[in-house]
Design a protein around this ligand. Structure first.
Ligand code: GLU
Ligand code: ZN
Length: 499
């Protein structure tokens, strides 16, 4: 079989969105699964909307996701350049060829004239399509129109009858009537190629075998096929991957939360989790496992198992998968990932001391099964790095307000001050014995201590927490809680009663 060559062809007009990332991923997976080639091509002929910042963003997001390309920007390749803006001569040359063969022609209609005709068509209840006005101009006509200062576009001659069939790997045969595809523009009046045209020239020149792209492009494909035919090119195989919809089946947009890879990164998602999740948006593995490392996805991937029904984007599932990777990846990796997030929240210095890093490693080890994102992980380790926390309100009501709460904490303080060695098993033993002596349940001692040292009602095992926090810090915080209970709290309650 012919070696697979696939591409991802983003337009650099914004960040890499999850839809784009999923398209890139499916192409990459097919290349890696078959030992083929994955090409990155930047479609930057829309000079008004394309920016260098977007190119940089897209490239950095792809790299971060681990979607490496075999040909493209930064590395080049046999079929470069890989920026369409650097391939304009090619589009010009081929357009001239099509014109010379009588398969395309110059059209001098101005946008105003075209709009007037569309308006007229609408009034008559007809589909507004180009009427072929310039199809049969003579040389004299052209000279005259050019002399009027008109800048022509190039249009492809599309047969008025018959149909164009897209034979899609995922969607099967999709038939388009040619009468709905008018003589479309392939070169704009500013000399720039249109998307459909440049795409065909490049997909062919770059010897791509499969065009895997979003379903949104399906309506472009018959036009592209007409171009392949006019140019005498053999067709590649097409596969249009299903749309990604929001849970309410509407179009995915800002109001559904993060939609770009960069935003997910900033919210503390791991590339492994995003890749794993995106793979499941449209593709389904044969087995029932959903958490699959990339090696296994590569091994099992096939376009035949990509569904044609829309995929529903579910951030809860992404978070669930992310939580899984947070727990399962090597500890050092998670620590390395969380450091910039700690720094962003001012919980860690720009160049942290070794002792702080050791504390972070232990704290992450203790708490990482309680977080779904790196942001959440920062939250669950924060009280190891900052004394500046408040007590959870419902915890205060439950554990600090009841009479005797101060006395309970004095018991805890005594244990923590004297227990030897300061290790969690030993601390636990003494807590349990002391509870028994006092004739109370261990929980009566444990919960108030947790609230005092962490400000929270839930968290990792209290004794591990206290051991890691250290004797001194734990005592300090218990003292602070006692004075809160005995001094601040009564004043607060009195103030509330007077309201
Ligand atoms: N530049 C197009 C886009 O970003 C590429 C579509 C295609 O893959 O053909 O949507
Ligand atoms: Zn015209």
């Amino acid at each position: 079989m012919e070696k697979v060559r696939v591409r991802f062809a983003p337009s650099p007009t914004g960040k890499l969105h999850i839809g784009g990332a999923r398209t890139a991923l499916f192409n990459w997976l097919l290349a890696r699964h078959t030992g083929g080639t994955f090409v990155l091509r930047i479609e930057d002929t829309d000079t008004e909307r394309s920016t260098q910042a977007s190119v940089d963003q897209i490239i950095s997001s792809l790299k971060w996701l681990g979607l490496d390309w075999d040909e493209g920007p930064e590395i080049g390749g046999e079929y470069g350049p890989y920026f369409q803006s650097q391939r304009l001569h090619l589009y010009e040359e081929k357009a001239q060829e099509l014109i010379d063969k009588g398969l395309a022609y110059l059209c001098y209609c101005t946008p105003e004239e075209l709009e007037a005709k569309r308006e007229e068509a609408r009034r008559q209840g007809k589909a507004p399509r180009y009427d072929g006005h310039c199809r049969n101009l003579t040389d004299q006509d052209r000279v005259r129109l050019a002399a009027e200062g008109r800048q022509p576009v190039v249009r492809l001659k599309v047969p008025a009858e018959g149909e164009t069939v897209v034979d899609d790997i995922i969607r099967g045969r999709v038939v388009f009537k040619n009468e709905v595809l008018d003589d479309f523009i392939i070169v704009k009046s500013n000399g720039m190629p249109t998307y459909n045209y440049a795409c065909v020239i490049d997909d062919y020149a770059m010897k791509l075998t499969h065009i895997i792209r979003a379903e949104e492009h399906l309506s472009n494909t018959p036009r592209q096929i007409l171009l392949y035919q006019a140019l005498g090119y053999e067709l590649p195989q097409f596969a249009h991957v299903p749309m990604i919809l929001a849970p309410d089946r509407s179009k995915l947009s800002k109001r559904h939360g993060a939609t770009s890879v960069e935003e997910f990164r900033e919210e503390g998602y791991l590339p492994e989790a995003i890749i794993n999740y995106l793979a499941l948006l449209g593709w389904s593995p044969e087995g029932t496992d959903e958490v699959m490392p990339i090696e296994r996805i590569v091994e099992e991937f096939s376009i035949d198992r990509v569904s044609k029904t829309a995929a529903i984007y579910d951030v809860k599932k992404l978070a669930w998968i992310n939580g899984h990777y947070l727990r399962e990846l090597p500890l050092e990796r998670i620590v390395a990932e969380v450091i910039p997030f700690m720094q962003k929240h001012g919980l860690l210095a720009a160049s942290p001391e070794p002792a702080k890093l050791e504390l972070l490693t232990k704290a992450v080890d203790l708490t990482r099964d309680r977080a779904k994102t790196l942001e959440e992980l920062v939250d669950v380790v924060s009280y190891f790095f900052s004394d500046d926390f408040e007590y959870e309100e419902k915890g205060v009501r439950k554990h600090f307000v009841p009479a005797g709460a101060g006395e309970i904490l004095r018991q805890a303080k005594e244990i923590i001050a004297s227990v030897e060695p300061f290790e969690h098993q030993v601390i636990e033993e003494v807590y349990r014995t002391r509870a028994e002596e006092l004739g109370i349940k261990p929980a009566k001692l444990i919960h108030p201590t947790r609230l005092a040292v962490s400000g929270r009602t839930i968290g990792p095992g209290l004794f591990e927490l206290v051991e890691l926090l250290g004797r001194e810090k734990s005592l300090e915080r218990i003292d602070r809680a006692i004075s809160f209970i005995e001094q601040e709290l009564p004043a607060q309650i009195a103030a509330n009663d007077n309201k």
